[in-house]
Design a protein around this ligand. Sequence first.
Ligand SMILES: NC(=O)c1ccc[n+]([C@@H]2O[C@H](COP(=O)([O-])OP(=O)(O)OC[C@H]3O[C@@H](n4cnc5c(N)ncnc54)[C@H](OP(=O)(O)O)[C@@H]3O)[C@@H](O)[C@H]2O)c1
Length: 243
Amino acid sequence: MTDTKIALVTGANKGIGYEIAAGLGALGWTVGVGAREQTRRDAAVTRLRDAGVDAFGVPLDVTDDRSVAAAADLIAERAGRLDALVNNAGITGDRPQQPSSVDPTIIRTVVETNVIGVIRVTNAMLPLLRRSASPRIVNMSSSVGSLTRQSGGYGETTTGPVAAAYAPSKSFLNAVTLQYVRELADTNILINCACPGFVATDLNGFRGVRTPQQGAATAIRLATLPDGGPTGGFFEDAGVVPW
Ligand SMILES: NC(=O)c1ccc[n+]([C@@H]2O[C@H](COP(=O)([O-])OP(=O)(O)OC[C@H]3O[C@@H](n4cnc5c(N)ncnc54)[C@H](OP(=O)(O)O)[C@@H]3O)[C@@H](O)[C@H]2O)c1
């Protein structure tokens, strides 16, 4: 086993995930580029390597048990452990998502990727994370998953469009994250949620106002937390996001 830190970033072929991989790589980490489609995965790995990053491709569809198990095997073979898992892959799902008319299939599809996908990948990677001296898990959430912000509570501004699949999927992800924090409280694994802000990516038709690089910053910070750093938190660049 090498001393170089190793991370897996899911959905790293583009958008914020790509920039998380690039940012960790720039810090000297080896980065597994989790991506489900070979051409897009290879292109991202090539781009990262050209930028000097020690990147390698990890075929990974977070909705597929066999794909996720194979990804864990690949990382075990390549590095023998995992220092940071960044669960970044996510979808918004088809629209419309007005709660009064949404097709339940859309909700199931979004939850399968944004929540169950995170659980599937996390559980497959936990044995590798347990072999790290300083393991970190970062779940890419969104402030639209904040019930406080959705309700306009405590003076918070309501964010994002009405979306019965996407926004609650991130609330669900936040809730699941806290269950991991509780279960793993007696380990050294630091587990946190990140919100990247409103970032111009495919996810929102590039309507976001921040760059993917800016959106990657909080996740990179949480993936590289020092020992004794926070766990069980929800963070954005400006600080703590209310649950
Ligand atoms: N953009 C924003 O303003 C914003 C705000 C808050 C939170 N977020 C969150 O940030 C994360 C990244 O979003 P983004 O804006 O960078 O979006 P993006 O550019 O659309 O990237 C999403 C990534 O997830 C991957 N993905 C989707 N389903 C997958 C699956 N089943 N298996 C593996 N990979 C899968 C995509 O792969 P393909 O290329 O193969 O589709 C892509 O690499 C998401 O969790 C999103 O909810 C984004």
